[in-house]
Design a protein around this ligand. Structure first.
Ligand code: UDX
Length: 471
């Protein structure tokens, strides 16, 4: 079955009215939602963003949207997961539960504004993060049409769609005593995925995961359309499976960060001095190292990473978030001698302007946790990857990088300096890495073409605008 973008002729290129949005308040979800806001604003819509009372992007920098706080009185302690071992699915279910009531009040108020003549234009629909089935239900209660934004890749949603069938077959959850090698069992219905790629969290109980995924699918199936931050040339087969599985139009409108004119929704201040440092490095020589906004490591892993990078001989730019190391709020835990050893060749920052870093001609490789935004941003700049997935969709993204797009490889097992050194050398200096880079450049060209006039994502945005105007 063709996606809506492939089927529908493009008619409208601009719309009018207010589009309401409700992002999941985490960096990897805020970025694509606010990029989408920017794209829809450029097509004539005004945007109102409902927002939880934590992880709030700066409205000044996020540009041109009205922000409406939701649940300022709600206790948030157990809503903000920290570290790779956190129970994200549990937190998502709690956020839904706790914010549903406050959202009902906030939405009612916004809808009432429209009735007071001249005060506000008509809200046309609500775009919710696909993890917000609870908020979607509230909007539907008011008769507001909903669209769902999937901030992850299409392959991930396809895998989620198979989760319950794998449970019925007894494949999931793997028995606790399962020996690790059995987790390498290929999943025949989901090539190239392995059983281990479907074990999304070490700490989330199976029932919680199952409920969380069920809600994601429910949100897609009860929506008027599913917006996916990907592009047809990257995940065409997976997009067709989604269209078949959710029976709603599917709009593959990514890569959003390349289409948006630069909404800045960063929750941390980006250290731009690293761009000056990159200017001084040789073309294609630098390894960029970052594990996104949530993944963490322990002190021993930090030390091994430091010496692995130092011993590789490659120039590197390494993002060490203030909370990257579990139980530590300090960057000063880097091993003694590391700074002297890497002076001039390495730079450490606490948060980088990642998209500009990946775009920089000095960057030749990316050691990433494979959050979907990082994966897509790397693909769009033709940068090959060392993959070190931690949780959620990251294992699926890494598997696709390694097996389908072949623009990177996984660094598996315990983090040890010698292994890291070999991986970095392979990516940056060896022929295998250069081949990955060539394939990555090819994908970069495809990503560029899909957003040009008549490209698949441009057509999908037109279809999305038409869809919104039809409400
Ligand atoms: C989370 C999950 O980890 C991920 O699996 C899921 O796909 C989305 O939600 P996160 O861990 O933050 O996301 O990773 P990712 O999806 O890669 O998003 C990180 C964002 O932060 C990217 O847009 C990246 O450009 C930005 N970033 C990262 C910076 O701006 N500066 C940095 O130093 C690092």
């Amino acid at each position: 079955m063709a996606s809506a973008a492939e089927k529908a002729p493009a008619i409208a290129s601009s719309g009018s009215g207010v589009v309401l949005m409700f992002p999941l308040p985490f960096q990897g979800h805020l970025n694509p939602m606010l990029q989408l806001a920017d794209v829809l604003r450029s097509r004539g819509f005004a945007i109102t963003v409902f927002h939880a009372a934590f992880n709030i992007p700066d409205p000044e920098r996020a540009g041109g949207c009205r922000f409406v706080p939701v649940g300022s009185e709600v206790p948030v302690g157990d809503l903000i997961p920290t570290g790779s071992d956190a129970d994200f699915a549990g937190a998502i279910l709690r956020i839904n539960e706790r914010l549903q009531g406050p959202f009902q009040d906030a939405l009612r108020e916004v809808l009432l504004e429209e009735e007071e003549e001249g005060k506000a234009p008509r809200p046309v629909c609500l775009v919710v993060d696909s993890n917000f089935r609870g908020m979607q239900a509230v909007a539907q209660g008011f008769g507001v049409p909903t669209l769902v934004l999937r901030t992850g890749g299409a392959a991930c949603l396809v895998a989620y769609m198979s989760f319950h069938a794998l449970c019925d077959k007894g494949v999931l959850p793997p028995p606790p005593s399962q020996d690790q090698s059995q987790l390498d069992m290929p999943l025949d219905d989901l090539p190239p995925l392995l059983l281990r790629d479907m074990v999304f969290s070490a700490t989330t109980p199976h029932e919680t995961m199952s409920t969380c995924l069920e809600r994601i699918l429910e949100s897609a199936r009860s929506s008027s359309g599913v917006i996916v931050n990907t592009f047809a040339d990257l995940e065409g087969a997976e997009l067709r499976k989604i269209a078949d599985g959710v029976s709603a139009p599917v709009f593959a409108i990514g890569p959003l960060h390349r289409i948006s004119s630069g909404a800045d929704s960063s929750l941390l201040i980006q250290d731009r001095s690293c761009l000056d440092w990159l200017d001084k490095q040789e073309a294609g020589s630098v390894l960029y190292v970052s594990f996104g906004s949530l993944a963490s490591m322990n002190q021993e892993e930090l030390v091994e990473t430091a010496w692995g990078l130092a011993n590789s001989g490659a120039p590197f730019l390494w993002v060490i978030r203030p909370d990257l190391v579990q139980g530590s709020q300090k960057v000063s835990t880097l091993p003694g001698g590391f700074e002297e050893e890497t002076r001039g060749r390495g730079m450490v920052v606490s948060w980088a302007p990642q998209q500009e870093v990946l775009e920089h001609s000095s960057v030749g490789g990316f050691w990433t946790h494979n959050g979907w935004n990082s994966t897509l941003e790397s693909i769009c700049e033709g940068v090959p990857m060392i993959c070190r997935p931690h949780f959620a969709d990251q294992m699926i993204n890494a598997r696709y990088v390694q097996e389908v797009w072949r623009t990177g490889f996984e660094l598996e097992g315990k983090l040890e300096r010698a292994k890291i050194e070999r991986a970095v050398r392979k990516l940056v200096f060896e022929e295998e890495g250069l081949e990955m880079k060539r394939r990555a450049k090819d994908l970069k060209n495809k990503a560029r073409r899909c957003i040009e006039k008549g490209g698949s994502s441009e057509i999908a945005i037109d279809s999305l605008v038409n869809c919104i105007m039809s409400f």
